[in-house]
Design a protein around this ligand. Structure first.
Ligand SMILES: Nc1nc2c(c(=O)[nH]1)N[C@H]1C(S)=C(S)[C@@H](COP(=O)(O)OP(=O)(O)OC[C@H]3O[C@@H](n4cnc5c(=O)[nH]c(N)nc54)[C@H](O)[C@@H]3O)O[C@H]1N2
Ligand SMILES: Nc1nc2c(c(=O)[nH]1)N[C@H]1C(S)=C(S)[C@@H](COP(=O)(O)OP(=O)(O)OC[C@H]3O[C@@H](n4cnc5c(=O)[nH]c(N)nc54)[C@H](O)[C@@H]3O)O[C@H]1N2
Ligand code: SF4
Ligand SMILES: [Mo]
Length: 670
């Protein structure tokens, strides 16, 4: 029997594999034997008919791909890299890579090729939470663990649908509800999660800041704040308070679309339940004010002192299996490595550690920015690994134009049916989950080892190996003399000692130990309420809703919400082939309120066009009384979804505003 970990979502369920059967690991603390339908079927998605099994090459995207040898493929990439300058090269990575893959790609790109343009799909996912945590606490640290919910009395779920996106975590929540845990869900859609809530707040899209600010005002006016915590452990309470109390209360409530009664009900629950955890994901992060939405929510914890005590705190839920590992390693364009920002001291430290002199001077281009630069003709070579940017970046027509301006695009993927594949020049076959080993960090800082469960497909290579081969071909081989993932992990562990006060204490474990049990890094870092800002106090910022997103109008009267369904994983290159997973929800539908259906002449089940100022896609109308009027929902299993979305970004996190584009619905046969 082999113990490993599910490769899908950020919950990171432990699994056991025996004689081609996969079950949940009863002894694993997080899931205690439970797994969801995606997890249990993961073995069936390894060998799909769409696996990419050989390197494939072509000189222009109009041509058919031809098979190539690994040697030729790698040497071609090296030639292209040498022929241009570092700032015209970009790497686009993924929160689904393992930490060893991330580490070596980051080291090669930033340390040896010398480009700061290394970003990841996690930019589209939780960059807003990273920036908010860093601004408030001085460090990117998630101070809550899943087990802490056991000590909470109240769970506030804002802009998240864990019943479908973090299934096993939500099962735990449902169980705890039987022991008295109260749950509030704040979402414009009456989601599967909302169905389990004690209080559901149908908030208008993008008005969360107004709501949280209203709650903050109330806490201050009712003197329900924790003054001792605020004065001892937070900066700027007095100026925050002054600014906050100036905001127009009635207008804020009106913008949320909530009634006074609904608001009072929430306040009552907040006051009656002592220990409170808030959890959030894309409904807050993916926004033109994603960072500020995060800040407004975290402020409630600071004001009420619901922090650093068991059962309390702000819990940003990460989506991908190793989105956290990517943050730790530093695989984002706005970080250098191991939680270090770019500054002279850190650059010197990292140059010395990697025995190089090429570390860039500052941040690189982030996800969408790489494509915006490409559009201007500023990118010559893009290496994409374990993600599908043409599928997932916003404003797809623009992204397609941009990628076609890049003379050399490499795609490293285990499957051949990504949307990006139409625009690549070279495709390299990676070994997927189950055929390789490495480590990943789940959403509550638990590091677990993925193990090899089945035979490796002959001509595929582990993602880390591709970067090693490239380093060799570029002449940096001596600094990349790894034979196995463990060698990389050991170097990474050493590097973690460079992090602020060594807080990234991943060096305390080992591969041998991880084979037996998981390791949780950074336990209790905030226990004494000393944070990682210069004076060790948390920062309070007063933020306000600037209503920056697109506004519905006569031509485009709906706000588009996008998100997950329980049994499919993003573009479905893995889950799309498992028959069992297709039963729960169709892959292509648009949810619309029946009254809007009547108003706009759209029948339930009818074929429709959804059109935005940027593009149009086809779908089927699905009436749902639980969706707010003048909003529609399309699942991201519709691979064409981002022809509709706006590429407006949050100014500081550069995370796209996916959830708030304007659209109209047109009957197909009109
Ligand atoms: N089954 C499945 N699970 C997954 C994934 C998957 O593909 N499939 N992907 C994983 C990944 S990478 C991620 S990032 C997570 C995402 O996890 P979630 O964020 O929980 O998933 P979404 O379905 O995107 O839910 C976002 C919710 O925010 C709501 N929302 C939109 N705008 C607003 C707003 O302005 N305010 C508020 N309050 N709510 C709003 C939407 O209606 C939606 O219900 O899921 C992970 N888990
Ligand atoms: N409209 C809208 N757009 C969104 C979102 C949204 O909510 N709404 N959410 C955003 C978020 S949060 C995320 S995380 C992204 C997700 O977007 P993507 O990351 O593009 O989604 P996936 O389909 O998971 O893509 C993973 C790719 O990795 C490949 N792959 C699988 N295994 C391996 C392997 O072992 N090695 C390699 N090299 N490749 C492998 C798969 O075949 C697939 O092509 O989408 C973002 N885009
Ligand atoms: S909840 Fe997430 S980690 Fe657990 S089995 Fe399901 S997809 Fe895998
Ligand atoms: Mo994500």
């Amino acid at each position: 029997m082999i113990k490993s970990v599910c490769g899908y979502c950020g919950v990171g369920c432990g699994i056991e594999f025996e004689e081609s059967k996969l079950i949940g690991d009863l002894s694993y603390p997080i899931n205690e034997g439970l797994v969801c339908a995606k997890g249990v079927s993961e073995l069936h998605s390894i060998q799909t008919p769409t696996r990419l099994l050989r390197p494939k090459i072509r000189t222009s995207i109009e041509e058919e791909y031809k098979e190539s040898s690994w040697e030729d493929a790698i040497s071609l990439i090296a030639t292209k890299i040498k022929a241009t300058t570092p700032n015209r090269i970009a790497f686009y990575l993924s929160g689904q890579l393992m930490s060893e893959d991330y580490y070596i790609a980051n080291k090669l790109a930033k340390g040896f090729i010398g480009t700061p343009n290394v970003d990841t799909n996690s930019r589209t996912c939780m960059a807003s939470a990273v920036v908010a945590y860093k601004k408030i606490f001085g460090i990117d640290y998630v101070p809550v663990r899943m087990e802490d919910v056991e000590s909470a009395n109240l769970l506030i779920v804002a802009g998240a649908n864990p019943a479908e996106a973090h299934v096993v975590f939500w099962n735990k929540v449902k169980k705890l509800k039987k022991n008295g845990l109260k749950v509030v869900v704040i979402d414009p859609r009456y989601t599967e999660s909302a169905k389990n809530a004690d209080l559901y707040l149908p908030i208008k899209p993008n008005s969360d800041i107004d709501f949280f600010n209203l709650v903050a005002m109330r806490l201050i006016l009712d003197n329900q704040i924790d003054e001792e915590f605020l004065y001892k452990h937070c900066n700027d309470f007095d100026s925050y308070k002054k600014e906050l109390l100036k905001l127009p209360k009635t207008k804020l409530l009106k913008r949320t679309g909530l009634t006074k009664e609904q608001f009072e009900e929430f306040i009552k629950m907040f006051y009656e339940n002592q220990n409170t955890i808030s959890a959030w994901t894309m409904g807050l992060n993916q926004s033109s004010q994603g960072v500020e939405k995060n800040i407004a929510l975290i402020n409630l914890h600071l004001l009420s002192g619901k922090m650093s005590k068991k059962g309390n705190g702000p819990f940003s839920l990460t989506g991908q299996p190793n989105a956290m590992g990517g943050r730790e390693v530093g695989g984002l364009a706005t970080m250098l490595a191991v939680h270090l920002d770019y500054n002279e001291e850190n650059i010197a430290k990292v140059n010395q550690f990697w025995k190089t002199s090429k570390v860039p001077k500052g941040n690189g281009f982030t996800a969408v920015e790489i494509f915006h630069e490409a559009l201007k003709g500023n990118i010559d070579c893009l290496i994409i690994c374990h993600t599908d940017p043409i599928y997932h970046l916003p404003n797809r027509h623009k992204m397609e134009k941009a990628i076609q301006k890049i003379p050399f695009v490499v795609e490293i993927n285990a499957y051949n049916n990504s949307e990006t594949s139409q625009f690549a020049h070279l495709k390299l076959p990676a070994t997927p989950w189950g055929e390789k080993e490495g480590t990943q960090t789940n959403m509550d800082r638990t590091i677990t080892k993925q193990e090899i469960l089945t035979r490796k497909s002959i001509d595929c290579k582990d993602d880390w190996m591709v970067f090693k081969l490239l380093a060799d071909a570029l002449g940096y081989g001596g600094k990349f003399a790894y034979e196995k993932p463990e060698d990389i992990f050991k170097e990474y562990q050493e590097m973690c000692k460079l992090s602020h006060d060594g807080h990234l204490d991943i060096y305390k474990t080992s591969y041998q130990e991880l084979t037996k049990k998981p390791f949780v890094w950074g336990e209790g870092l905030f226990d004494t309420n000393e944070f990682f800002t210069p004076n060790k106090k948390a920062n309070l910022f007063c933020v306000s809703n600037k209503t920056l997103s697109e506004k519905p109008n006569k031509i485009y009267p709906f706000v588009l919400l996008t998100g997950r369904t329980r049994d499919q994983w993003h573009s479905g290159t893995k889950t799309g082939f498992v028959e069992n997973l297709k039963k729960f929800k169709p892959e292509n539908f648009v949810e619309i309120h029946p009254l809007d259906g009547v108003e706009f002449g759209i029948k339930d089940g009818s074929r429709v066009w959804i059109q935005s100022p940027r593009g149009q896609i086809e779908s089927y109308a699905k009436y749902n009384e639980g969706i707010m009027r003048k909003t529609v929902f399309i699942p991201i299993t519709n691979k064409k979804i981002n022809y509709l979305t706006d590429d407006l970004l949050d100014l500081s996190s550069k995370e796209p505003d996916y959830n708030h584009s304007v659209v109209r619905i047109v009957s197909y046969f009109q």
